[in-house]
Write a protein that binds this ligand. Structure first.
Ligand code: TXA
Ligand code: MG
Length: 367
């Protein structure tokens, strides 16, 4: 399928859209790799979210990513590699702790920030002395990088300000006419972007939480801390990308934190009634077991309350659906439990612009 659309950019591209379901469709993957090698842009699935890939060593190609996404160019990109041998050329050194982490978690959803070697172009790092590198696990992503024969710079394949795409459909919506090729490989299973871990200094620091959690990392290398901004939203994040207000749905999203389910259900229902009376369209994001108790216009079941993998995989999809449905006011349950929920709440709280309503013992929603 080929689609042409007009852009706000001066030019627009013809985007070839190919739907594949395995890495055995060599011809398409070879074509994708060749486009990247020759300076073009290809959107493809990874196990975390979809990425827009360009030849990381070609500043002109990398610049096209910023244009396609409408993204500020001071925000550095992750270099994706398809095998460990590619790593050494782009980093100053691989410390023993980094080596252990690579053995434990690559290929997979862990991005490591190293001191960069001189051949990494500034356009990748936004002028920093460090470079973020990841080896994805998704077989389609790996084959495309292999065929490209170069490291592939790939931010999430959403337009700037929209949530990261976790389904081929999302990428087609955002990037048709803006990239040369879209490989629709179905669902990006994890649904949250990779954990970003800084291994460039003496201390190991989590800059962005993801599916590889603090305790998983600590089990391999000992003490690891979270970057200050992850505990105090007013601190400046070390990963430049974390400072932007990402993932914000069009509607006003608020997270409701209570002591028990009933308190949260009552609060949201009361607000929903009030807002509906004012002709506002209300959407709610809830765990499966309370779905039938909600009275909002749109009730989105995000998964079982204790299944963080399922909740992580559905979050961005549901935020996009709220946009499609033109919801004015969105309420979400807070999700608690295992460590992956910390990464989920990081994304959800950001999408809400940190509007979190804490229901006190006696308040019963009357704040
Ligand atoms: O799962 C993922 O990581 C996806 C897929 C496509 O691989 N990619 C992704 O890329 O989420 P992006 O560009 O949306 O996010 C990259 C994050 C940003 O927060 C950026 O600031 C940070 O990594 N980052 C990149 N290079 C960095 C560096 N040298 N130092 C600190 N943070 C860096
Ligand atoms: Mg992103």
């Amino acid at each position: 399928m080929e689609k042409k659309v007009e852009l706000n950019l001066d030019t627009y591209l013809t985007t070839k859209i190919i739907r594949i379901r395995s890495d055995e469709e060599i011809e398409a993957l070879h074509e994708a790799g060749t486009i990247i090698k020759n300076g073009g842009l290809v959107a493809f699935p990874t196990e975390t979210v979809y990425g827009i890939g360009a030849n990381a060593l070609d500043p002109k190609a990398v610049n096209k990513i910023y244009l396609a996404k409408g993204r500020p160019s001071d925000n550095p990109l992750i270099m994706h590699i398809s095998n460990i041998e590619m790593l050494a050329a782009y980093v100053e050194e691989i410390k023993p702790s980094a080596k252990k982490l690579i053995e434990a978690f690559w290929p997979g959803p862990l991005t490591l920030v190293f001191n960069k070697s001189s051949i990494v172009p500034d356009c990748i790092t936004g002028g920093l002395d460090t470079v973020a590198i990841r080896m994805p696990k998704h077989p389609i992503a790996r084959k495309i990088i292999e065929f490209a024969g170069v490291p592939v710079a790939a931010p999430s394949a959403n337009l700037s300000g929209k949530s990261s795409p976790t389904r081929g459909k999302h990428v087609i919506e955002d990037l048709t006419g803006r990239v040369d090729m879209i490989i629709d490989g179905g669902k990006a299973t994890l649904g949250l972007e990779s954990t970003v871990l800084d291994v460039s200094g003496d201390e190991l620091v989590i800059l962005r939480p993801g599916s590889i959690t603090q305790s998983m990392i600590e089990a391999v290398v000992g003490n690891v801390r979270y970057d200050d901004h992850l505990k105090n939203k007013d601190a400046t994040p070390k990963a430049p990308g974390m400072k932007y207000k990402h993932y914000a749905p069009k509607g006003n999203l608020q997270v409701i934190s209570g002591n028990n389910d009933q308190e949260v259900i009552d609060f949201i229902n009361e607000r929903s009634l009030h807002l509906k009376a004012m002709h506002k369209k209300v959407g709610v994001i809830v765990p499966s077991h309370v779905h039938s108790q909600m009275i909002a216009d749109i009730v989105k079941d995000i998964g079982e309350h204790d299944n963080s993998a399922q909740i992580g995989s559905n979050l961005f999809k549901i935020l996009r659906e709220m946009d499609e449905l033109n919801i004015d006011e969105i309420f979400s349950f807070e999700f608690k439990g295992d460590e992956l929920m910390i990464s989920i709440m990081n994304r959800l709280n950001k999408a809400a612009g940190h509007q979190i309503i804490y229901l006190g013992e006696d308040k019963h929603g009357k704040d």
